[in-house]
Design a protein around this ligand. Sequence first.
Ligand SMILES: NC(=O)c1ccc[n+]([C@@H]2O[C@H](COP(=O)([O-])OP(=O)(O)OC[C@H]3O[C@@H](n4cnc5c(N)ncnc54)[C@H](O)[C@@H]3O)[C@@H](O)[C@H]2O)c1
Length: 257
Amino acid sequence: MTVTIDLKGKKAIVFGIANDKSIAWHIAKRLNDAGCRIAAAYQERVEPLFLPLMKEMDDPIYEKCDVVSDELLDSFFKKVKDEFGEVDFLIHSIAFAKKEHLQGDYMNVDRRGYQVAHEVSSYSLAELSRRAVPMMKNGGSIIAMTYLGSEKVTPGYNIMGVAKAALESSVRYIASDLGPKKIRVNAISAGPIATLAASGIKDFADMLLNYVAKAPLKRNITADEVADCALFLCSDLSKAITGQVVYVDAGYSIMGV
Ligand SMILES: NC(=O)c1ccc[n+]([C@@H]2O[C@H](COP(=O)([O-])OP(=O)(O)OC[C@H]3O[C@@H](n4cnc5c(N)ncnc54)[C@H](O)[C@@H]3O)[C@@H](O)[C@H]2O)c1
């Protein structure tokens, strides 16, 4: 049996492209290569590296946006509604925590740092879903990006681990909300990949080495392998899968020691 994934006529909203290393970029490219049009939201600070990437896409739309700004969210979603009308997929590939809260003792996180990390990295999934769902008239798929630090202590990951735990729980609640509309919601838990966001995590290079040493497949993973999983989760091949955390981690998460 030969199965090809054809997303011609489909449309996706993608949050999280900062540069060509971003997981969101690899996912957007994979979906676009399968025929899906992309509406990309980008933060102003990443514009110089973001804009050239759009030349590599077939017929994208894009606009500056920040998930902490209602005004920018209103404007981005209006543009998507005006130009796409309907959408099929939402990719949530964003996270943020202050650098000082990604090292040392977790308990030293201050109230504001806790709030910011949760607002950007976790609450935003509900916000973006609520705005996208009225355009997802024929069902669809929502995907968030997470990491094992939500379940197991990963020194240095700290507040981001706590925010990812809330994100994964949000995936389950939103999956329950949206199941009747035939909208599936899943998270991909990726192994470490050298990206801009990862550069803020203290001892990230040691994490990469640790995966090579301990993961069953004895290697790190690539953003392209995450994109393959996202393509599967957007396709009908996964039409009975919702509310799950799917591990793309060379098997690291199954190991006890
Ligand atoms: N790189 C890894 O090792 C790894 C592993 C597992 C999960 N993840 C997750 O993958 C996702 C993507 O991260 P990445 O590694 O591709 O890094 P990245 O730095 O390329 O992407 C992070 C994105 O978040 C966006 N962002 C941050 N604050 C925002 C805000 N207020 N509004 C809108 N966008 C905002 C940034 O502009 C950027 O595009 C994140 O959720 C991250 O936690 C990464």
